[in-house]
Design a protein around this ligand. Sequence first.
Ligand SMILES: [Zn+2]
Length: 543
Amino acid sequence: MSRGKAIVYVRVSSKEQVDGVSLDVQEKACIAFAENELNCDVVKIFREEGKSAKTANRPVLIEMLKYAQVHKGEIDYAVFYDASRASRDSDSYFGTVKAILTKYGVKVRYATQKGVNETPAGKFLETLLVGMAEFENNLKSEKVHESMAERAKQGYWVTQPPIGFKIKVVMSDGSLVDSEGRKNRVKFPKILVPDTTIRPGEALSISEKLAKIFRCFAEGNMSESEAYDMALSIGIKGKNGKPITFGRFDDILRSPVYAGYNESEALLGKGVTVKAKFDGLVSKEVYDRVQAILNGNKRDLKPKKKELYPLDGILLCECGKLIHGDAPTDGSGRNVPRYYCRKGKGGTHGYQSAKADEIHEAFDNLLQEICPTEGTIRLFKEILKRTAVEKLGSANTALEANRRAETELDEQKTRILQLLVKGDISKDEKDSLILKTDEERLKLRRERVELEKQQSLNETTIEYVCNFMNQPSKLWKDANLESKQALQKMMFPNGLHINLKTKKCRTEDLSPLFSIMANKKAPEGGNSEAMVTSAGIEPALPG
Ligand SMILES: [Zn+2]
């Protein structure tokens, strides 16, 4: 039989370049796997350095996808080191990477996760691995979130610059440099400076224009919509180059960053502001007057929209359209969060909606009836053995060695004391020997803390996913928005149909990882085809 053809993709993020699996190690493993286990020649290797896995926006990955397109039908396999190399986000993985490769006849394989293939079990494994990688990524984001919160508390700026500002990186010697193209953006704190660029044909920079609006509005002689008209007339544009929307304009007027304060509910907590280490565009007095005027026409402070509708993006109406969350005003003028389906072109029904609470309750009821199938649990244990444990392997080995060394030191201590008792050594000698063992013990302790840190992320993931599998309902309720969405995606990879009137969910949408408890006789892996990429998805080649 003639040998097939494989392409290999390897990747490290800039952070992993220090302590992750190197490109060369990945490449070697992938080539060996392709040659020995797939009986293929590797025709091209794609190496991506310094890119995070979070999005499909990786130039070399896109190059590979284009290569697969150009060589349609010629390539048998695309080999990755593991699922996390391919993507850490199941949307971009199943929606883009996997979909495009499949379209051009290329099968996906992981060199270190050998169970992934086109069988139902193999597809199931793939969904789970990608789900785990995504979850781990979200956990990492949480860690990043912590350090961002710390910086924000100190008065630095941690996100994209708002309109009217530019970001400067504060170097260790206190000098300010542009952040563009800097690899160590994360490493150093950042501040904002006014964007003083004056575009051709204009008299004022964007920061001057905004300051002007604030000051005019603060005088109290114009309504907010008049101020908005003024903003448009003096050419205030959003980052996309288009005139800003009213909503965006309102956000700007309310944002304390324009007076030199950090405020981020997500990072600092609700209602907390911190004096920033940089100046705003206007004084605090001007900003406060603007707030007083705005609050004269008081608006309800709403929670973040996204958090109100965790099921946005996964729920499908029976007509097939995505269901979205919104809060129209009811008869008494209050906003009531609802999910709704807008009748689409040629839609089969009119406007339909249901209270968000009721939909969440219906979803929760469904989750309470769901448990992992027997096959899932069995396979899941297998996966833990095969992949997670493999990943943990080195840290665990080092930890074991560390613990053994500590036990040895304890025994040594006992021996020293015995020597003292027998009179073989003096008390001074004993003290100095004990001191030495204690020092070594301390060294081991420090080492252990480091090792345990390495271990914890993986273990948290495993523990979480294990729990989640047994109690989907509880874990869904406890999870933050990102994790909720990762879980939903895992349970309903192609969305969940719901009838907005009866609040009945279509249980056939459930991933074969799970089954409905009331119906234990559901065939194992019965719906596996739906798990990978739904036939209707024809994504455009990015880039
Ligand atoms: Zn509909």
